[in-house]
Design a protein around this ligand. Structure first.
Ligand code: ADP
Length: 308
């Protein structure tokens, strides 16, 4: 089952801004998906359509194996935490849970209370008197107590300090391990992604630039380093994602490279997720996407972006 399936999905706002253009994507269930991209790439637009808060202009979008976003079935099974959790500051935590419980058919109050007790968040305290990290945890506990199949988190870490970020992601990961739910979160905090996510989607200019299993993406990419004067010859015919060059040395991120072929004087190393994401973000014209039927990945013609 795919938890999100988008086909040629587009969204145009009033005033003619295309936030998404023909985005095609299939995210399998049981994954923790990082959605990254520069500001304005269309991440929030995609997520608000997935949770049913915005309507596509054209194309198809389904959640949890074919449900229509915003339908009663989908609303009951997709939970959403936005960057600024929409909680009422004057309500106590206990009243916040009661209110959320009244609005949800699958509500598990004991689960929410247990999560908050484990974090020493007092139920009697007014939400407005909690720290930003604690408020984020209340919003997350509310979302998880709805027993969702798909949890959507839009920039959940942006306003949290490093400790609160860590605790927030620990709660998410524990819920994934216990309940097998699927999570999609957008984030600019690249260091957090490597620990948490096992599936990556990069959006650029309203289109899907990269989509795939993190381990597969990492094993498909290599960093080649060697003398700059040989770089053109060595990389001819390779799928170059990005090249950085000084007078002497060239460092090239390549895709689908056969490490047996490393030329004398060159080194081939694995990359990490942060380096991989940054390389694609800096080169929006190059993509890494799964093929339509075979599962093979295809790449745009070997384009080259050289940093002098
Ligand atoms: P991201 O979350 O990746 O930063 P967004 O989805 O928020 O990107 O925005 C994508 C594009 O759509 C941007 O150009 C943004 O200015 C525009 N946009 C977003 N929301 C609206 C809106 N409500 N009305 C008009 N334009 C919008």
């Amino acid at each position: 089952m795919n938890v999100i399936e988008a086909r040629r999905l587009s969204k145009r706002y009033r005033r003619g801004v295309w936030a998404l253009r023909e985005a095609t994507l299939a995210i399998p269930e049981g994954r923790v998906v990082a959605l990254v991209g520069p500001n304005g790439a269309g991440k929030s637009t995609l997520l608000t359509m997935v949770v049913g808060l915005a309507v596509p202009t054209s194309g198809e979008l389904a959640v949890l194996g074919g449900l229509v976003p915003g339908s009663v079935e989908a609303l009951g099974r997709v939970a959403f935490v936005a960057q600024d959790p929409s909680l009422y500051p004057n309500l106590s935590v206990a009243d916040t849970l009661r209110l959320a419980g009244n609005l949800s058919s699958r509500w598990d109050e004991a689960d929410a209370r247990a999560r908050l007790a484990a974090l020493d968040i007092p139920l009697r305290r007014k939400v407005g008197q909690l720290s930003g990290g604690q408020q984020a945890q209340v919003a997350l506990a509310v979302a998880l107590a709805r027993r969702p199949g798909l949890l959507i988190l839009d920039e959940p870490l942006a306003s949290l300090d490093p400790l609160a970020r860590h605790e927030f992601m620990a709660t998410v990961m524990a819920a994934v391990a216990e309940e097998g739910l699927s999570v999609v979160f957008s984030s600019h905090v690249l260091a957090e992604l490597e620990r948490a996510c096992d599936y990556l989607v990069v959006l650029a200019r309203g289109a899907v630039q990269v989509a795939g299993d993190v381990d597969e993406l990492l094993s498909e990419h290599s960093v080649l380093t060697g003398p700059a004067e040989q770089a053109d010859a060595v990389t001819a015919g390779l799928c170059v994602v990005r090249e950085q060059r000084t007078d002497r040395q060239s460092t090239v991120l390549v895709r689908d490279y056969d490490p047996v072929r490393v030329p004398a004087g060159w080194r081939a190393e694995r990359t990490n997720l942060e380096e991989l994401v940054l390389a694609y973000l800096r080169t929006p014209s190059v993509s890494a996407l799964p093929g339509p039927a075979s599962g093979n990945r295809t790449m745009a013609a070997p384009l080259r972006a050289v940093d002098a």
